[in-house]
Ligand binder design. Structure first.
Ligand code: ADP
Ligand code: S3P
Ligand code: MG
Length: 172
C-alpha cells in the first residue's frame, strides 16, 4: 500500500503539512515522533535525556520500518533526522513510497524554530546566535540525505494550504 512520506529539516512543516494533507486527501496521517512517544511512553525530550540520542535513533528506525510495512495507505511525517540515520534514506526508494522533501531556507527555519525549540532537544538549549549557526551547518550536512527524496517542494513564503496544493500537484 502507498506511503506518502514528508521529510526535511526541523521546522520545515512536516507535522503541520502531513495533518493538512490528510484532511484534504482523507488519507490518514501518522507523525513518526508521535508514534515513537506513544511506543516509549515518553516525550521526545525524555527519550533524549533518559536514554540518549542513539537509543532514539534505534526506536525511530524500528518505527519507520513498521509504518512502511503497515498494510494501509498513509501519510507519514518524519522527524528531521530520520533520513540521516540507519540507512533510512534507502527506505525512501521503495516502490510503494512517494517521498517529498519540504525544502526551507535557513531564514525560514530559524524564524519558525526560534520560538518553537523547547520540544526539540537538539536546539532547546541554544541561544539565538548559536541556533542560526547550528541550523546553517546542520542543514548543509543533512542536505545529501534530504535530496534523496523523489520530489522536492520549496516551502519558503508559502502558506500551509499552498504547500498542500503543491504536493497534490506533484503527486497527481
Ligand atoms: N506555511 C507554513 N507551513 C508549515 N508550517 C508553518 C507555516 N507557517 C508557519 N508554520 C509553523 O511552523 C511550524 C512548523 O512546525 P512543524 O509542523 O512541527 O514542523 P516539523 O514537523 O517539520 O518540525 C509550526 O509551528 C507551524 O504552525
Ligand atoms: O532533526 C532531528 O534530528 C529531530 C527532529 C525532531 O522532529 P521534527 O523535525 O518534527 O522537529 C525529532 O525527531 C527529534 O527532536 C530529532
Ligand atoms: Mg514534526
Amino acid at each position: 500500500m502507498r506511503k506518502i512520506v514528508l521529510l526535511g529539516y526541523m521546522g520545515c512543516g512536516k507535522s503541520t503539512i502531513a495533518q493538512n494533507l490528510s484532511k484534504i486527501t482523507k488519507i490518514p496521517f501518522l507523525d513518526l515522533d508521535e508514534c515513537i512517544e506513544k511506543r516509549a511512553n515518553l516525550s521526545i525530550n525524555e527519550i533524549f535525556s533518559q536514554h540518549g540520542e542513539v537509543y532514539f535513533r534505534k526506536l525511530e528506525h524500528e518505527m519507520f520500518v513498521e509504518l512502511l510495512n503497515s498494510p494501509e495507505n498513509i501519510i507519514i511525517g518524519l522527524g528531521g533526522g530520520t533520513p540521516c540515520y540507519a540507512n533510512n534514506h534507502e527506505l525512501l526508494k521503495g516502490d510503494n513510497v512517494a517521498s517529498v522533501y519540504l525544502k526551507a531556507s535557513i531564514d525560514t527555519l530559524y524564524n519558525r524554530l526560534v520560538y518553537n525549540k523547547s520540544k526539540r532537544p537538539l536546539i532547546a538549549h541554544m541561544n539565538e546566535e548559536e541556533m542560526k549557526e547550528f541550523i546553517a551547518k546542520h542543514l548543509f550536512d543533512r542536505s545529501y540525505y534530504y535530496n534523496q527524496a523523489q520530489h522536492k517542494v520549496v516551502v519558503d513564503d508559502r502558506s500551509v494550504e499552498e504547500t498542500v496544493q503543491d504536493i497534490l500537484e506533484i503527486l497527481a
